[in-house]
Ligand binder design. Structure first.
Ligand SMILES: Nc1ncnc2c1ncn2[C@@H]1O[C@H](COP(=O)(O)OP(=O)(O)OP(=O)(O)O)[C@@H](O)[C@H]1O
Ligand SMILES: Nc1ncnc2c1ncn2[C@@H]1O[C@H](COP(=O)(O)OP(=O)(O)OP(=O)(O)O)[C@@H](O)[C@H]1O
Ligand SMILES: [Mg+2]
Ligand SMILES: [Mg+2]
Lengths: 253, 253
């Protein structure tokens, strides 16, 4: 069966793109046919994997906007044999306003995924830091949500608002649920990370993954090379943590 | 004369809220009558200053949505005599879609600011991590944009897209310009911060502030106390850096 995982949090900079990218690569390395979709207008997932967004002819923008009803869906091959990407581009920023006035605007992504669903074991989507139309489109089409949680106060405070939005969408997509919260950027040099981690485990219990992604500067360096940390620094503590995390995601099925 | 400063970057987690809050408090401490406006649906500026967003009756949501044409604008007093706040709230998230289909939607904030403009020396606005309608509203009404730049690759890559959006808006608001870029979260323990700082100074020259805000964990702890770092840890390196930064902003007038 095909699994749909959305990586989401409206708080900015919590590790959504980093988590989506490395999870996708890990699943492909474990022989799962995987599709990554980038619906963030910043296109960080697209450039972080080494694609040049100015050279791309077809992107998620064409899939979501009106005039491309019958075009093929651009699932681009990557360096990993079992990993494809539907890239984003800067013109995606205007699609939110274009879509806002169209009927059935929340269902566009869902219709697109239904066409390609049978080709993949996992489809993982990276979302922008907002609860607007693009993220709502993802929530209409998806089942599982993984929330990367930077171990800071504002990121923790963002979870209830995200839960409210999820509950609204469940009226249309009852399968939608939070399948896990992964703590990211754990900084051993101060207490804040420990205090926030304890608080989130107390509040959310079992759905918080055991694996915690540590603060690891090679993760922040890797986008400059257009590579996920798994490729850029495969023996780093960050890469090891993302492999453990992918293992946990696979076990939780 | 009244100065309008928008703190903006579509990259998430670069220090927009932290910069807006501490700049506002510094200006108020230097006897400038200052208004902070929070137009991020996350309402981090509002909660970071200690307000309970569930108790607020009037917020920026009411100012921007249709049916409140003639209501007074909610400029709430804060602990600082010369600092007021127009707070945000969670229902702001829906206003983007509500506004999308209305004519003149980009001008709503500008009209509101014109009503209160003569009461303040500075009006500073914190924007969400997006280039959507709420940020466009701010750009229509504002002149100066300060971009907080986390010293990471994705944050640096975000500047050209932001410049493109600014150039589009200048057709309607020719006064709009980037008045400065402030480097934030400088981490002395690795090279990445130094490399990115050098690259941004090379590319953007004079508009990059001399003051660099260091990584300082008390800044990340301060929202838990509902206080800006200037109040939470006034002698910290983070607080000192924000005071120096405010000095530079005042000198650049
Ligand atoms: N564990 C980590 N250690 C160090 N740096 C990290 C780590 N995880 C992510 N980063 C860096 O922190 C920044 C934020 O991460 P990322 O861009 O993945 O977050 P995001 O939630 O996708 O942001 P946005 O809200 O803008 O989409 C990036 O520059 C990234 O390289
Ligand atoms: N110099 C600093 N040192 C340490 N932590 C910082 C620093 N500046 C900001 N932070 C923390 O990093 C996180 C991101 O900062 P902040 O929320 O101000 O960014 P933002 O750009 O407003 O995010 P968003 O895109 O979600 O609006 C917050 O948890 C904040 O407390
Ligand atoms: Mg991202
Ligand atoms: Mg913010």
């Amino acid at each position: 069966i095909m699994r749909l995982i959305a990586i989401a949090s409206q708080k900015g900079g919590t590790g959504k793109t980093t988590t989506a990218m490395n999870l996708g690569v890990c699943l492909a390395e474990r022989n799962k046919k995987t599709l990554l979709i980038d619906i963030d207008p910043q296109a960080n997932l697209t450039t972080g994997l080494g694609f040049d967004m100015f050279e791309l002819k077809q992107t998620i923008y064409h899939v979501l906007s009106n005039h491309h009803e019958n075009m093929p869906i651009p699932c681009l091959p990557t360096r990993w044999p079992l990993l494809d990407l539907i890239p984003s581009s800067l013109d995606l920023a205007s699609v939110e306003l274009e879509m806002a006035s169209r009927v059935g605007r929340e269902w566009r992504l869902k219709k697109a995924i239904e066409i390609i669903a049978n080709q993949y074991d996992y489809i993982i989507i990276d979302t922008p830091p907002s609860l607007g139309l693009l993220t709502q489109n993802a929530f209409m089409a998806y089942e599982k949500i993984i929330i990367p949680l930077q171990l800071h106060v504002y990121a923790l405070k963002a979870i209830p608002q995200l839960q409210t939005t999820i509950n609204l969408i469940r009226e249309f997509n009852p399968a939608l649920h939070i399948s896990g919260i992964v703590c990211t950027m754990y900084d051993t040099r101060n207490n804040l990370s420990r205090v926030i981690e304890e608080s989130v485990r107390e509040k959310f219990g079992q759905i918080v993954y055991t694996t915690v992604i540590p603060m690891n500067i090679v993760i922040a360096e890797s986008p400059a090379a257009g590579k996920p940390v798994l490729e850029y620094a495969p023996n780093s503590i960050g890469a090891k943590a993302y492999r453990e995390f992918a293992e946990e995601v696979l076990l939780n099925e």
